[in-house]
Design a protein around this ligand. Structure first.
Ligand SMILES: C[S@@+](CC[C@H](N)C(=O)[O-])C[C@H]1O[C@@H](n2cnc3c(N)ncnc32)[C@H](O)[C@@H]1O
Length: 543
């Protein structure tokens, strides 16, 4: 009973602009949905969330079972200071970046991430504006209050992204993982044609997503008006159905999760996924996901003689487009990996990402592991310095001679060295019944899958993850934060569920120790990390 007792949270006063949430709270009489960044419902004055917050939260359970890294305490307490003026907030952000910059490589890291986040911020804002003007969003036209709310949301998101990058950069510098390989100016994402293609895909998808969300929200409000409250997306409707069915796919899978066109089942969906999610997270998704490499490093240090990944086999369950797998392989290039997913379209995209990464790194792998970090960072810094140099030259500013430019990726590519990379295979299968023998992997990772599974399926997937893991192996779960992880956002965390995430609210309260621990899949809770809206839990399989 106590478990379900209410925790009261102060709600924003109705009808007043709330800088804290970055949204506008509706007057109690106004039935309009209140949306935040990218149309995600952040607060909803008409549907208080308190009944979803149990007296003993998942974070309370974690505290008793996991060794918590300093990031847990940091994010538990952190929130953007809404009382500051925009100018003071910008000054704060700059001071933090400056304090976290101790070398040219750090400066290159920040330059890249500030640019990347600004790009996604601009793209998201443009998407919302266009949808709003075109009447695809839930409100017909942009208003001054919406613009103010948008600016406040942007301020809060940028401030949060800076904390994420500071955490990520620290892990780069302490050798937990390499600097993101896509910082390299030779990466295809610096090619304007590649960027334009992705942006156009995003613009078209954002419009359709916001339209579907607006239609479904209208339906929900009508039902609520009739006294039957349901979560948007929880029931079958034209908007939630996908075009394909097959005995391969469980019913719950055939859904347009986050109103994504075709759900998981088209090439177009796979091609727009990364740019859509990175826009939603204002560019911080990659860094949040890389937090999962912290327990992997610790496991390597404890159990492996080589830091290159040699003789280690890793499975990534629900690998999606395989982007995280490229970061994992970039740090452990000799590791054999398997990416598993139910979607053939996402697997095809994952294969393309894997092959691009292999070509990109093939000439640069002899000094993998920690030594490789230093080399990668030096190469990135040199590239960044040279760009500054050319700008200075164009402006007529004299500069001392700069180090030689790294050769272009294609030139340095040495196909002969690809043999030094671990094998990477892809398998189409459901995570709840994987076609692998018992104890066939040293490590298993799983990123952003569990919040999309019905609770009963989570149990099956947890058992499968434990079954295929070798004794002594590590299972690493990265997913949305849960209730209690960041108490200040508890009150509106569940609203993300309204964005056609039918199982999200149940995830917020899921007891992962019951699921994976002694009484569930039989794993031992090991470590916990937090990074913005992502939590990373690791488990070990007993010897
Ligand atoms: C939110 S995406 C996450 C993808 C990737 N891990 C990432 O973080 O970018 C969820 C992925 O899980 C896959 N998926 C969902 N249910 C699955 C299941 N039961 N078995 C295997 N894959 C599943 C989907 O096809 C999709 O690629």
């Amino acid at each position: 009973m106590l478990r379900h007792a209410l925790r009261l949270r102060a709600a924003a006063p109705a009808g007043r602009f709330s800088r804290h949430s970055g949204t506008v709270a509706s007057p109690a009489t106004d039935n309009a949905p209140v949306l935040g960044w990218m149309g995600r419902p952040e607060t909803d004055a008409n549907r208080p969330n308190e009944e979803f917050i149990p007296a003993r939260t998942p974070a309370d359970v974690d505290r008793e079972h996991f060794r918590e890294a300093p990031s847990v305490r940091f994010w538990n307490a952190w929130s953007h200071d809404d009382s500051k003026s925009p100018a003071a907030s910008v000054a704060d952000v700059l001071a933090q970046i400056s304090a976290a910059t101790k070398s040219p490589a750090d400066a290159a890291y920040w330059a890249y991430h500030v640019f990347r986040s600004s790009w996604f911020l601009g793209q998201g804002a443009a998407g919302m504006l266009v949808s709003s003007v075109a009447g695809a969003g839930p409100e017909a036209a942009p208003t001054l209050s919406r613009a103010r709310a948008g600016a406040a949301a942007a301020e809060r998101l940028v401030s949060e992204a800076v904390q994420v990058y500071a955490q990520d950069l620290k892990r780069v510098n302490d050798g937990t993982h390499r600097a993101p390989y896509d910082m390299d100016p030779r990466h295809r994402q610096f090619n304007p044609a590649f960027v334009a293609d992705k942006s156009l895909r995003f613009a078209s998808e954002a419009r359709s997503t916001l339209r579907k969300h607006a239609a479904a929200t209208k339906q929900r409000l009508a039902r609520e008006g009739e006294g039957s409250a349901t979560e948007v997306g929880a029931e079958d409707s034209e908007e939630t159905r996908v075009w394909l069915s097959s005995p391969l796919y469980p019913d719950y899978y055939l859904n347009t999760f986050h109103w994504q066109t075709d759900g998981w089942l088209s090439k177009a969906s796979a091609e727009v996924y990364e740019v859509s999610t990175e826009t939603l997270f204002v560019g911080r998704q990659d860094a949040m996901q890389r937090t999962a490499l912290a327990p992997l490093r610790e496991w390597f240090d404890e159990t492996q003689e080589s830091a290159t990944g040699e003789n280690v086999k890793l499975l990534e369950m629900a690998c999606g487009t395989g982007r995280f797998l490229t970061f994992t392989r970039d740090t452990y290039p000799k590791m054999d990996t398997v990416g598993l997913d139910l979607s053939p379209f996402y697997l095809a995209e994952a294969r393309e990402n894997a092959e691009y990464w292999e070509r990109f790194r093939a000439g640069d792998l002899k000094s993998g592991g920690h030594a490789g970090n230093a080399r990668a960072v030096a190469s990135l810094a040199t590239g960044a310095l040279r760009r500054v140099g050319s700008l200075a030259k164009a402006a007529g500013v004299p500069l001392p001679p700069l180090p030689a430019a790294p050769r272009a990726a294609e030139e340095t590519r040495d196909v002969g060295e690809k043999k030094d990379l671990g094998r990477c295979e892809f398998v189409q299968a459901a995570a709840e019944s994987m076609p692998f023998p018992d104890a066939s992997f040293d490590a298993v990772t799983c990123v952003y899958l569990f919040h999309e599974l019905p609770p009963a399926v989570r149990k099956e997937v947890a058992r499968e993850a434990a079954r295929v893991l070798k004794p002594g192996g590590v299972f690493i779960l990265a997913d949305s934060i849960q209730l209690g992880d960041r108490p200040r956002v508890d009150a509106h965390l569940g609203r993300f569920g309204d964005f056609n995430e039918p199982y999200y609210r149940s995830w917020l309260r899921e007891d992962t120790v019951e699921l994976f621990g002694e009484r569930g899949a039989g794993l031992e809770p090991w470590t916990k990390e937090l990074c913005s809206s992502t939590k990373v839990l690791s488990f070990r399989k007993p010897l």
